[in-house]
Design a protein. Sequence first.
Length: 150
Amino acid sequence: MNVNISAPNLTVICIDRIQKEDFIGRIYHKFSETVIEFGHIEQILLVIDRLCDKIGYPQRTTKPRQFQSGNITERREEVLQVADSNTILEQKGSIGTFVVHVKYRQHSTWQGEVVWAEKGEKKSFRSALELLKLIDGALESDTEIEEGGA
C-alpha cells in the first residue's frame, strides 16, 4: 500500500456495515490505545479533527467559530504515541478500509490523501466533504459490483 507511514495523524477507517445509509465501524490512529467506534459518518470527521488538534498537526489556518462568547483559550496537552503505523495498518473493515492522511487544514477544511486499502487505490481530496464522498463512492461502486455479479 502506497501510504506515508511516518505521518503522525495517519488514521485507518474500518467500515463494518452500512445501516440506513450510514457507515458503522471503527477508527484507529497512533495516539489511542483503544478502538474508536462510530455509528455515523460525521463522527469520522470529528475524530480526525480532534486528533489533529490534539497533536497539533497539521495546524489550522483559521480559528473555528463557536457559539460561546468570551476568550476561549486552547490548551495543548502532551500526547504520546501508543501504537505504530504497522499495527494500525493491519486493521481491516468488513466492508471497506480507508487510510487517511490529512496533510493540510486550510480554508476551514482538509486536504490530503486517502487510500482504499482493498483496491490499493490512492486519491487526493480537497475537503472533508470530498473525502466522505470518495469513501461513499468507493463503497457504493463495490456494492454494485457485488450485486451485479451475484
